[in-house]
Design a protein around this ligand. Structure first.
Ligand SMILES: [Zn+2]
Length: 349
C-alpha cells in the first residue's frame, strides 16, 4: 500500500509498505479522509526525536477492513472514527482517569509516534473496541474527522479551564485548536469569550465560533486590553492554544486569582518555560495551571459525534484546502509552511 512518511528529520516522501495485520484485539481500517495537523510538522522537524520511514498522520476516519478474533463490537464495513490518541485501556494511568498518559507520559499518542500513522491506504488500531467509534448516518466523514483531534483537544482546553457559567474566557491564538477551544468555551457557558488573533480570516472564524471580542496583538497590548474588558479583574479562564512562551506568560498575567490557565499548546523549545513571578503572586496567587493531552477513546469520540449530530458546532468552516492523497506532498507543504491562509487541509483517499 501507499504511505506518506517522514524519511528522516526534515524530509517527507511517499513509500510502499505492507498492509498492516490486526492482533486479536485490534482492527485495520481503510482510510477515507484525513486531516493534516501542525503536530505532523513538529514531528518532521524532529519534535519527538529522530524517526526513519515513519508514516505520518493521526487524524482520520475510514471503513473497518479486518478485525482481530477478540473484537466484539466492530465488523468489516463499519464506518468509523478513530481518536488521535489510542490508549492502552488496561494501563494503570488509564484506570486512574488519564488514558492519554497510558504507558508513560504522552504514551497514548501512538500514531506517527510509536507506530505508523494514518496517512496511508490502511492503518492499524490497537484495542479496537475501546478506540473506534461508529459514525452515525447523519454525519459526513468530512465532519467526523474533526473529532479525532481538533474538537477533542480544543474542547479539552475548555473542559480543563473550569469555566464558570457566565464566566470570562480568553483564548490565546485562533488556529484550529484555538477555534475549537472558543467553540468549547461557548458551549461550556462562558459569558464573555475573548479571542486573541491577528490574521483577519482567523478573526472571522473566531467570531463565527463564538468569540465576542477579538484582540489583535499586533495593534494593541493584549494584557492591558483583556484587563480593560474584564473591569481590571482578569479572566476566569485563559486557554493557551499556541505553544509559545510569550502566550503562556500572557495567559498567566490575564488570569484572575482563583482562575485557571488551561494549556493545549506544544512547547517544543528550551529547557524551561518561565512563569511571570509577580502576576503569579510570587507563587501564591491561587492560579491553577492545567495541562493535558486530549483523551482518545470510544466514549469520548461518541460524545463529540453527538455534538456534531445536534449541530452544536459545525467544524466544516475549518477546511480551507482539500487534496487527493496522491497530492500529499503539495498538501503537506501548504500546511507546513502555512500558505494561502490555511487553517486545515483535508485529504481524500
Ligand atoms: Zn492533530
Amino acid at each position: 500500500m501507499k504511505a506518506f512518511v517522514m524519511k528522516e528529520i526534515g524530509r517527507v516522501a511517499f513509500m510502499d509498505k505492507p498492509v498492516p495485520q490486526p492482533g486479536p484485539a485490534d482492527a485495520v481500517v481503510r482510510t477515507t479522509r484525513a486531516l493534516i495537523c501542525t503536530s505532523d510538522s513538529h514531528t518532521v522537524q524532529g519534535g519527538i526525536g529522530p524517526r526513519e520511514n515513519l508514516t505520518l498522520g493521526h487524524e482520520a476516519v475510514g471503513i473497518v477492513d479486518v478485525v482481530g478474533s477478540e473484537v466484539k463490537d466492530f465488523r468489516p464495513g463499519d464506518r468509523v472514527l478513530v481518536g488521535a490518541i489510542t490508549p492502552d485501556w488496561g494501563d494503570l494511568a488509564a484506570q486512574n482517569g488519564y488514558p492519554s498518559q497510558s504507558g508513560g507520559p504522552l504514551g497514548g499518542f501512538k500514531f506517527a509516534n510509536s507506530k505508523d500513522g494514518v496517512f496511508a491506504e490502511y492503518f492499524h488500531v490497537n484495542d479496537a473496541d475501546a478506540n473506534l467509534a461508529k459514525i452515525p448516518d447523519g454525519i459526513s466523514d468530512e465532519d467526523a474527522v474533526y473529532c479525532a483531534d481538533m474538537l477533542s483537544t480544543g474542547f479539552m482546553g475548555a473542559e480543563h479551564g473550569n469555566i464558570p457559567m457566565g464566566g470570562t474566557v480568553a483564548v490565546l491564538a485562533q488556529g484550529p485548536v484555538g477555534l475549537m477551544a472558543t467553540a468549547g468555551a461557548r458551549l461550556r457557558g462562558a459569558g464573555l469569550v475573548i479571542g486573541v488573533e491577528s490574521v483577519p480570516s482567523r478573526q472571522k472564524l473566531a467570531q463565527l465560533y463564538g468569540a465576542d471580542v477579538i484582540v489583535d496583538f499586533t495593534s494593541e497590548d493584549v494584557v492591558e486590553r483583556i484587563l480593560e474588558l474584564t473591569g481590571g479583574q482578569g479572566v476566569d479562564t485563559a486557554i493557551e492554544a499556541l505553544g509559545a512562551e510569550v502566550t503562556f506568560q500572557t495567559a498567566v498575567k490575564v488570569t484572575k486569582p482563583g482562575g485557571t490557565i488551561s494549556n493545549t499548546g506544544y512547547f517544543g523549545e528550551g529547557e524551561f518555560v518561565g512563569i511571570p513571578r509577580a502576576e503569579w503572586g510570587v507563587g501564591m496567587a491561587d492560579k491553577t495551571i492545567a495541562t493535558g493531552l486530549c483523551p482518545g477513546g470510544r466514549l469520548r469520540m461518541q460524545r463529540l459525534l453527538q455534538v456534531l449530530e445536534t449541530r452544536r458546532v459545525d467544524p466544516s468552516h475549518l477546511t480551507t484546502h482539500e487534496f487527493p492523497f496522491d497530492e500529499m506532498e503539495r498538501a503537506f507543504e501548504v500546511s507546513d509552511k502555512k500558505l494561502e491562509d490555511v487553517v486545515k487541509v483535508m485529504i481524500t483517499f
